[in-house]
Design a protein. Structure first.
Length: 318
């Protein structure tokens, strides 16, 4: 049994240890870069990472590259000069900014990416299996069509994830030739991408009115525009099934809304990705664990879930 003196010494040591840990946490700095924070998905991942790091008492800086590759590279280069404890990049461009990623590694700064693809200069990319995600969305749509008919597609080849989703759609279609692509529009990488999608899909809908049985979009933001266009034309839910990919509050609201034509999405856990990235940084940069003990290989894969009328209620906020 501890004496009062021993108890006091033990309590003092515990308090000193806690104070040391808190001081170490406050001294650790993390930089989070969101490639385009006007994109809901980029913002969800980056904000979740920043919030998780602040909960640990870390000094956090959150940057927005505003969708600009030159600005992205400039911000990254400036961070390397500042030498934070670690960097998390959400939806970044490891290939295009290879020199900056390499400089970070040379400076001994651990870098974890989210939905960005891998690089020899980073620890891990926290992601979902885009091949699986693309197949899920394509097979859901064809199933609703009984594997027969024609579809319209809204694509985006300027992002590796959405590009893979389109390729998986093509692979599924190649094995199910009773379904054809009646028309397709590819979104341009512009600040006014919504206008581009609206104009391109409006033209397709008018040209092929009444001749298509399904509609595929490479991400939810495109699907919102398509949904609005279809509703304006008097289309009812289920008349022409619409599927997309990403997930989020607005998507779930539309899937549950009897007036909306959006019927399904493959939901990607963007917030959990941000939190996992912070946990990986803590393990490697703070606790000094070997990267291989945290994750085997360059990808830290999380699960995505198909959300439609059968399970959307569990995703809606109470």
């Amino acid at each position: 049994m501890l004496s009062r003196r021993d108890f006091a010494i033990t309590a003092t040591l515990a308090a000193a240890t806690l104070a040391t840990r808190r001081a170490a946490a406050q001294e650790f700095s993390l930089a989070v870069i969101g490639f385009q924070m006007s994109s809901e998905t980029h913002a969800r991942a980056a904000n979740a990472a920043a919030a998780a790091a602040r909960e640990k008492g870390w000094n956090v800086s959150l940057l927005n590259s505003e969708g600009s590759l030159p600005k992205h590279a400039e911000q990254f280069g400036a961070l390397v000069q500042r030498k934070p404890g670690a960097i998390i990049v959400c939806m970044g461009k490891p290939t295009e900014a290879d020199a900056q990623f390499e400089a970070a590694r040379a400076a001994g700064i651990p870098v974890v990416t989210v939905m960005s693809g891998t690089s020899p200069h980073t620890l891990f990319d926290v992601a979902v299996n885009e091949y699986q995600v693309g197949a899920q969305a394509a097979l859901w749509l064809l199933g609703r069509m009984n594997y027969r008919g024609a579809i319209l597609t809204e694509r985006f080849d300027g992002n590796v994830g959405t590009r893979i989703r389109g390729k998986m759609l093509d692979a599924v279609l190649s094995e199910n030739q009773a379904v054809s692509v009646l028309g397709s529009h590819s979104m341009a990488r512009t600040a006014s991408w919504q206008d581009d999608v609206r104009a391109g899909m409006q033209a397709l809908l008018l040209r092929h009115r009444g001749r298509f049985q399904g509609l595929w979009a490479s991400f939810d933001g495109q699907a919102y525009i398509i949904d609005d266009l279809l509703q304006a034309q008097g289309m009812k839910k289920g008349q022409v099934p619409v599927v997309s990919i990403d997930g989020g509050a607005e998507t779930y609201r539309r899937i549950a809304d009897p007036e909306s034509t959006l019927m399904a999405t493959v939901a990607i856990p963007f917030e959990e990705m941000g939190r996992r990235a912070v946990a990986a940084v803590e393990a490697v940069a703070v606790r000094k664990q070997p990267p291989a003990s945290v994750n085997a290989g360059p990808y830290m894969l999380l699960d995505a879930a198909l959300v439609d009328a059968n399970n959307v209620r569990q995703y809606l906020n109470p």
